[in-house]
Design a binder for this molecule. Structure first.
Ligand SMILES: C[S@@+](CC[C@H](N)C(=O)[O-])C[C@H]1O[C@@H](n2cnc3c(N)ncnc32)[C@H](O)[C@@H]1O
Length: 286
């Protein structure tokens, strides 16, 4: 089965880059079996991985993402990929898209009519030749919902920064992509209350979030996502949840997280602390 998958990925590389290059392909599994079907692809002349590929075994095609040289690689964003859908009528928006516009490029791969990625950091150089008039990257602040003018969208995706920070001021000026105000909900709540006005009636919002922020129930004083969505006129249709080990960023913020979300049950397995990451598919009322 793996041989077939590798052959399919090589075919996709040939289509994108032309024949005659030699690639090393291996599983890309930062979360083990939890987010399967991803692969690292390295040009044999290169010291670093050049692409991530996605190819479920039953597929006869593979999707590719060129990776930025900065070293930042997709992490929890992998969990959202199987839960995204688009067709040629879809106008997609990826809020906090990151340098490889990982989630927005999935809408592009699925054949979306157009995709806009928004992030405060500039796009990775390697993304440049993959962008066109239908797939664009805008450098700007999510906390200003006017940056894209009056454009309206059918699908918005966000995997926002979610680590609480002591410093309220920090959220606009920090350069750490994970930091999101004193409750960790600032960017997520801003997206739900402001950016969903840019969704057409019946449009979809897909969120990847840590459960300690509260999905269906609150774990502290800040309201949960279901409640914030309800106030904005959206209802949750599906939630897919994954148990994941905490990253160093969450480990560093653990004291603060426990004080803001005292009811959240972190789970200890051996030396490792686990929590949950949820993918939420929500829809705006018609
Ligand atoms: C958790 S990462 C997600 C990256 C990518 N979407 C993925 O799933 O791999 C959050 C992203 O939000 C961006 N970001 C954080 N605060 C932002 C802001 N105020 N305006 C625009 N982008 C922001 C960061 O630069 C980072 O790329």
């Amino acid at each position: 089965m793996t041989d077939k998958v590798y052959k399919t990925i090589r075919e996709a590389l040939g289509v994108e880059l032309g024949a005659g290059r030699d690639f090393h392909i291996e599983p890309y599994a930062p979360f083990g079996d939890l987010a399967p079907d991803f692969y690292s692809v390295r040009n044999k002349d290169s010291a670093v991985n050049n692409f991530v590929a996605y190819c479920p075994p039953r597929w006869s095609r593979a999707f590719l993402w060129p990776l930025p040289d900065t070293g930042r690689r997709p992490g929890h964003g992998l969990f959202l990929i199987p839960h995204l859908s688009a067709d040629s009528s879809t106008k997609g928006l990826d809020l906090g898209c990151g340098q490889s516009m990982f989630l927005g490029m999935q809408l592009h791969h699925l054949g979306a009519g157009s995709v806009t990625g928004l992030d405060k950091v500039p796009p990775g150089e390697s993304l440049g030749s993959w962008l066109d008039e239908k797939t664009r990257y805008v450098q700007g602040d999510i906390l200003d919902e006017t940056v894209l003018g009056g454009d309206m969208f059918d699908v918005a995706i966000t995997h926002p920064p979610m680590a609480p920070t002591e410093n309220q001021e920090g959220k606009r000026t920090n350069t750490d992509h994970d930091v999101a105000g004193p409750t960790g909900r600032e960017v997520l709540d801003f997206i739900i209350s402001h950016w969903t006005k840019k969704l057409r009636p019946g449009g979809e919002l897909v969120i990847g979030q840590f459960d300690f922020l509260g999905v269906m129930a609150a774990h502290g004083d800040p309201p949960c996502t279901a409640e914030v969505l309800g106030e904005a006129g959206l209802a949750i249709e599906q939630v897919h949840t994954y148990h994941v080990p905490i990253t160093p960023t969450i480990k560093n913020a653990l004291g603060l997280i426990r004080s803001v979300y005292p009811k959240y049950p972190f789970e200890k397995r051996g030396d490792t602390t686990y929590h949950q990451f949820s993918v939420i598919n929500a829809r705006k009322n018609k």
